[in-house]
Design a protein around this ligand. Structure first.
Ligand code: FES
Length: 104
């Protein structure tokens, strides 16, 4: 079952396709995504500025930053749309039954 380095995020049914959930941590917030039924997680903070990606918008398989509308590929964290040029960190997501966990 869950080990010490897992954080319970929510139930699968609480994170519908196309939606996001913020996980707040002292070490830095993480956004968890459901992209067409697959779960991913990235650092919440945009690499371009002080913006929360969880406040942005999922467009296809990308997250669009709400500040200057740059974007990243959710699965890999790679920058896709300018002005974003630095990748964001991705995190493993584990789904067990109806529960979604972050592995940190
Ligand atoms: S802060 Fe995200 S694109 Fe500028």
């Amino acid at each position: 079952m869950s080990s010490d380095n897992r954080i319970f995020v929510c139930s699968v049914s609480d994170l519908a396709p196309g939606s996001m959930k913020l996980v707040e941590r002292e070490e830095g917030n993480i956004t968890v995504y459901n992209v067409e039924g697959s779960f991913y997680a990235t650092d919440d903070r945009c690499s371009h500025g002080l913006a929360s990606l969880c406040q942005g918008e999922i467009v296809g398989d990308e997250i669009e930053c709400p500040m200057h509308f740059g974007s990243f590929r959710i699965a890999t964290g790679e920058p896709v749309q300018s002005p974003c040029s630095m990748p964001i960190r991705t995190w493993p997501v584990v789904v067990e039954g109806d529960q979604v966990f972050l592995a940190v």
